[in-house]
Each structure stands twice: as C-alpha cells, then as structure tokens.
Design a protein around this ligand. Structure first.
Ligand code: PEP
Ligand code: MG
Length: 589
C-alpha cells in the first residue's frame, strides 16, 4: 500500500494513530456505536426484523394498490422487493455486524455506500441509476430501525476488549454529528481522530473536536477521496499533517512522540489545584467552555473555577424531524440544573441559543443566503419570542440551584439589548407570579463579537453586568473571513493589528466601567497568545477544558509587568512581521 502525506489545517492538538473509518454524508445521518460481544446476535436479529418488516410493508403496498394504479408502480414495488431479497443487501450487513460489531444502522449504511460506489463504476446508465433504488430500500429499512431505536439495549464496547481505534475521515462533519462521536461516559475511546476535507480553524466542528480533546485536521481538500476504508492513518493535530499507510519507521517515530506528549500531559495534571497567579501575584480566572452538561466533569478535572461559556445550542441541535425538535422548558431546565449542580457552587455562564451559520438547528435549515450574516443567535431568538422566553425561564429556574449568569450572543444594537433585557424581566415576572424560585440578582452579560459592539461599547457597559469577547466571530466579521471556509482560512489572523486593537480597547473600556471582561473565543485557549492577552489586561479566560492547564502553566511563568510593557508596544505596531516576532518574543520572556 502506498504511503502518502496530506497537509491541512491543524485544529485539535495531539497525535492519533488508527484505522481510517470513512463516512459518507448518508452514513453521518445514523447512529454509530459498537456492540458488545454478547449483543452481536441481538443486533443481527434487529436488522433481520427490520428487513422482514419492510418486506411485509412492500407486500401490503402491493395488495393495496388501487386497480387503476399505473403499472410502473407495481413494477417499482417489485424492484424494491427484489433488491431487499438480494444477499448483498439482506445478508452482507449482517456479516458486517458480526465482523466489526457495528450497530445495525451503521452496518447497513456501510454496505449500501459500498454498493453505491460499485454502481458508480457501471457504464450502462440505466443500471447505474438503480443505485437510487438501493438507497431508497435502505432508507425504508433505516426508518424501521430508527423507529424501534428506543428498544436498543444500551450497548457499549466490550469492556474486556481494547476498543478498535478509528480515525473518522469525512468530507465534512457538522458540529452536532461530531458530538455523536463522543464516547459513552467513561468508556474506552473508539474514535480517536478526525480528518475532514473542508472546515476552518474556528469552525464549530473544529471547536467540538478540541472540546472532545481528539486530534483533528480539517481543510484537507481530498482526504475523503484518497484515504481508503481501514487504511492505517496518523493524524498529527499539531502540524496539520495526515500520513496514510506510514512506513514502520515513521510509525515508530510518531509512537515516541505520542508517548512524550502523554508524559507532558501527566506533568500538567499536577497543576490542577495550583492557583492561577502570575509571578507578581495577580490572580487570573480560568473558566471552561462546555457544549453539554456532561462536559462539566472534564471542566472540574482541569481545575476550572466555573463555566465561562455553555453553548446551549447543542441541546437544540441534531434533533432531526422529532415533533419536539426544540427542547421544552422542563427538559432545558433539567439540563441547566445538571450543569449547575455538577459545577458544585462554581458559576455557570449559560449562553442563550446561538443557532444559525455553521450551527443550523438541523441540516435542512440552511436556506439563508448568507447564514453568518443572517438570522442567527439573538436575532433568531428575538424573532421567536416564545421560544426565547421558554429558554430564559428554564435558565432562571436553574439559577435557584447555584450561581448562574446569562450571556447573550451577537448583540450589536441598543434596541436588541433593551428588548433582550425586557424579555428577561418578562420571564422573571412570570416566574414570580407562579411562585417559582430563581436568583433575582442574576447577572446578564453580552458577547462582544460583532465589531460594531466593540466600537460602541458604552452602549453595552451601561446596560450589562459583564462582557465576554467572542474572538472567533469578532475576527470573522472584522476581517470578513468565513470561519468555516478553508479557502480563506489563511486570512483568519488573530494577530491582525485591527483585531488586537479592538480586543485591547474592549478590555480597557469594560474594566474602566467596572465590568468583568472575559475572552471566551478560541484565542483564550491558545498558549501562544496567553501572555499577549495578559498584557492587554485580560484577567478572565474561558476555554475548552483540555487547554486549561497548559494556559495555567503559561500564567504561572508570566512576569506581568514586563509583558504589559511589551504588549503596549505590540499594540502600536502595524507590520505583521513585527507583530508576529514580538509576540514570539513575549513567549520567550
Ligand atoms: C466566539 O464567537 O468567539 C464564541 C465564543 O462563540 P462561538 O464560537 O460559539 O460562535
Ligand atoms: Mg460567536
């Protein structure tokens, strides 16, 4: 097998070595999990039952055909029944379940994708088009399977067996799909790396990969076409390199590096209880970014002093066509309370729904002409007041169980702030009238992530209790770079002088008004920028837990006085080369 190397954008650090697991868009729509040894035959039966049910269903369709139905309809049902009886469709997926321990849906989609690829090679156009019939038949079976999904036993990898370690290779993976690859609580990891053709450094897919702490490289352009199922793959999430079918020598070198990284991580763990103070004794607050309440243990494990950003939209995403697509008040309340209780008295900053752009509620919601500039985040919430009120009530109810703060994304206009605060008052009034407890003094903060907000900060400091700078979007909108588009990823530069000046002035203006100012964008978790942000006056960093201890180590080694003086100089510089080398020198101080 030929060995080859591909370059992309490194988005989540570390090294993963495993077998390629290729995912097509269809495969992404189904659940993926591995079944334990003693569950394999149950899973086989589940698929057999589903196939039998579709057979019966086709039979019924046949008998119920009206007399005047066009003859093609009967023929069409016949073709589907024939396809369903073909061993390539009805038997081969069973073999996959037995051999690879895939769940039924995953095994079926894997086989159908394989068949579809074979059909693509056929020259005869009529035959080639039969591929769609096969896919439709598979969809029928999948519908039955997912309809009975609730009966699926909670299956995990057989605990006595080391899990097969897989690297997911796909053209694209949505943030919600990415979350589905999270391994079950405390279980061994099966998905250990991600490689995608598209995506950028700060796309939400990349952010989720980082929060799962799994090495990932995106923007590889052709990876999903060049890498083959079960190829050996090394993902170097530091260098942004993917090596397919590496030689023994390369493999050994990477294994050594992997071991060294693991050792370094272990050393960092010793800092968990050490207070985050600079050398001159200035205390710095380190908070965690989370997607779901289940991330709280990792936040505590990293020694976070609270949650600085709970991206609540992940509770709303990927719920498909369920009638209850938007979680109701009680369901949301349970989730928020779960996070609050898990953080054991530490503050939890819940950001209200930030859907849209690269976080659609589901894959069918992508109709906006330019979603990043469209009806996303607070704009969407204010356009759907009932849904927004439901979320606000749920958050307020959770505030009776611990310290909660509300964070509002994507504000730009004074009237948006005022409307939002009014809605919060409305939610409070409703709860009061119903005698439901909540924290009357709950703090409300704004994400500063639209340049207009940063430039008109007095509008915010007058109305808000705290600020949190969303550098991911701030950079996207300031530099006019789509954070998801890998073709412009090289232009996405946190060190652009305009970016640095806007961040610095936001911190200074916010502090002057007596407000806490955090950075919760990805810059906060980048150790190369820790000293620069400290030098700008930042005292509150919120990041994915996996980066927290490395940032703390940087803080412990920082001489704040020296860094502040140098940063002032950097903020006066305009030339990119000068800024980049001065930032490097800051690190060497
Ligand atoms: C940001 O924009 O920096 C941010 C933290 O929010 P998100 O990445 O979820 O848009
Ligand atoms: Mg944002």
């Amino acid at each position: 097998m030929a060995s080859f190397l591909l370059h992309g954008i490194p988005v989540s650090r570390g090294i993963a070595i495993g077998r390629a697991h290729l995912l097509t868009p269809a495969a992404l729509d189904v659940k993926h999990y591995l079944v334990a040894d003693d569950q394999v035959e149950n899973e086989v039966r589940r698929l057999q039952d589903a196939i039998a049910a579709v057979h019966r269903n086709l039979q019924e369709l046949w008998t119920d055909l009206p007399k005047d139905a066009p003859t093609e309809l009967g023929a069409f049902i016949d073709v589907h029944a024939l396809i369903l009886s073909d061993p390539m469709v009805s038997e081969a997926p069973l073999d996959i379940i037995r051999a690879r321990h895939y769940n039924a849906e995953w095994a079926l989609v894997t086989q159908i994708d394989d068949l579809s690829a074979q059909f693509d090679e056929i020259e005869d156009e009529y035959l080639r088009e039969r591929k769609h019939d096969i896919q439709q038949v598979a969809e029928r079976v999948l519908k039955v399977l997912t309809g009975t999904a609730l009966n699926v036993p909670p299956i995990v990898v057989d605990e006595d067996q080391p899990p097969p370690q897989m690297i997911v290779v796909a053209h694209d993976i949505s943030p919600a799909d990415m979350l589905a690859f999270r391994d079950r609580d405390g279980g061994p990891r099966s998905f250990i790396g991600f490689v995608t053709d598209v995506g950028g450094q700060n796309s939400h897919t990349a952010i989720v990969a980082r929060s799962l702490d799994i090495p990932a490289v995106v923007g590889m352009d052709q990876a999903s076409r060049l890498v083959e199922q079960d190829d050996w793959v090394i993902v170097d999430g530091d260098a942004g390199v993917v090596i397919c079918n590496p030689s023994q020598l390369v493999l050994e070198q990477y294994r050594e590096r992997q071991a060294a990284l693991a050792k370094a991580r272990k050393r960092l763990l010793k800092l968990k209880k050490t207070p985050a103070v600079t050398q001159d004794g200035t205390a710095i607050t380190l908070l965690a970014n989370i997607e779901l309440p289940d991330d709280c243990p990792a936040a505590l494990e990293a020694g976070a002093s609270g949650v600085g950003l709970f991206r609540s939209e992940f509770l709303f995403m990927g719920r498909g066509a369920q009638a209850l697509r938007i979680p109701g008040e009680d369901e949301q309340f349970e989730q928020y309370r779960k996070a609050v209780l898990a953080m054991k008295g530490r503050p939890v900053t819940i950001r209200t729904l930030d859907v849209g752009a690269d976080k659609p509620l589901d894959q069918t919601d992508q109709t906006a002409l330019n979603p990043a500039l469209g009806l996303r985040a607070i704009r969407y919430c204010l356009a759907e007041p009932q849904m927004f009120l439901t979320q606000l009530r749920a958050i307020l109810r959770a505030s009776a169980f611990g310290k909660v703060r509300i964070l509002i994304p994507m504000l730009a206009h004074a009237f948006e702030i005022d409307q939002t605060l009014n809605m919060i008052e409305q939610a409070k009034a409703q709860l009061r009238a119903e005698n439901i407890k909540f924290d009357e003094g709950i703090e409300v903060g704004a994400m500063i992530e639209i340049p207009a907000a940063a430039l008109a900060l007095p509008l915010f400091v007058r109305r808000m209790d705290f600020l949190s700078i969303g550098t991911n979007d701030l950079i996207q909108y300031l530099l006019a770079i789509d954070r998801v588009d890998y073709e412009v990823a090289h232009l996405y530069n946190p060190l652009h002088p305009a970016v640095l000046q806007l961040i610095a002035s936001t911190i200074a203006t916010g502090h002057k008004a007596g407000l806490d100012v955090a950075v919760c964008g990805e810059m906060a978790g980048d150790v190369k920028l820790t000293r620069l942000l400290l030098g700008m006056g930042l005292r509150e960093f919120s990041m994915h837990p996996a980066q927290l201890l490395a940032v703390k180590q940087e803080i412990l080694n920082t001489d704040l006085g020296a860094v502040t003086t140098r940063t002032r100089r950097i903020l006066r510089a305009m030339e990119p080369g000068e800024i980049a080398s001065a930032v490097e020198q800051l690190q060497a101080l």
